[in-house]
Ligand binder design. Structure first.
Ligand code: UDP
Length: 229
């Protein structure tokens, strides 16, 4: 496998071409950003950890029948992935109320939901990823009806697998964001699954174990009680 030119540099990752037109190398950086890039920082070795975490999660999901872009972890910071045509619709699944949903509806963070909620957001940095629904996605041609149905079903299946996985380790999966893309006519789960795109709380103390520590400037040892803003 030969690494070729840089194709795209995002906030947390870089994509490189390879000598195989169907495969790309996804490189994980240490840069952390929040609030659509308005807050910036560097967390040493975050890229190494996120590559490891995401590789492990993609492997687990594949072994449970979820189709992902993951091929193999190449080294500390690089993962070999299938080339995707990214579908510009981010899918968020929520088990407890937190973040933007808490703000939008004025309901306290940590409130339980009677069933998981699936939300769609249009992937656009300049617009700050506005919330959309299936009608917008179809009417603007961002995703077909079949793709939306498959993305929702996969997102709920991922939620079941990951919620159980984290629960067994004393962690609540509060919410998370997924991205999908099309590869040779199939919809595959893409991007990464890491604490940068998930909310994870300690089941006993409700301490935040995810990117909210960076977003909200929480110190390393401070217990948050789960309701801190
Ligand atoms: N999320 C993400 N990227 C985004 C927006 C959200 O990874 O651009 C994740 C976020 O980490 C959380 C979930 O999606 O786990 C729901 O985020 P929310 O809509 O509450 O927005 P936020 O509070 O992060 O602005």
């Amino acid at each position: 496998m030969e690494k070729r030119e840089k194709l795209y540099e995002g906030k947390a990752k870089v994509l490189y071409a390879t000598d195989d037109k169907d495969l790309l190398i996804q490189y994980f950086k240490d840069e952390a950003t929040a609030f659509d890039g308005k807050k910036k920082g560097v967390i040493e070795e975050k890229g190494v950890l996120n590559n490891k975490i995401s590789s492990a999660i993609f492997k687990m999901l594949e072994s449970n029948g979820v189709k992902t872009h993951f091929v193999e972890q190449l080294n500390d910071r690089e993962m070999l992935v299938k080339r995707l045509r990214i579908i510009p619709v981010e899918v968020v699944v929520r088990n407890l109320i937190a973040g933007s949903l808490s703000k939008r509806l004025g309901i306290e963070e940590g409130t339980a939901l009677s069933e998981p909620i699936v939300e769609f957001f249009y992937k656009s940095d300049p617009l700050g990823d506005p919330m959309i629904n299936e009608y917008h996605a179809r009417a603007f041609g961002w995703a077909t009806d079949a793709e939306l149905k498959e993305m929702s079903a996969t997102a709920l299946k991922v939620n079941e697998i990951l919620s159980r996985f984290f629960d067994e380790r004393g962690i609540i999966l509060v919410d998370f964001k997924l991205e999908f893309g099309e590869h040779k006519g199939k919809v595959l789960l893409g991007d990464e699954i890491t604490p940068d795109g998930c909310r994870l709380w300690d089941k006993t103390t409700r301490e935040k174990l995810d990117k909210d520590r960076f977003r909200r400037d929480l110190s390393r040892s401070e217990p948050t009680g789960g309701l801190g803003r």
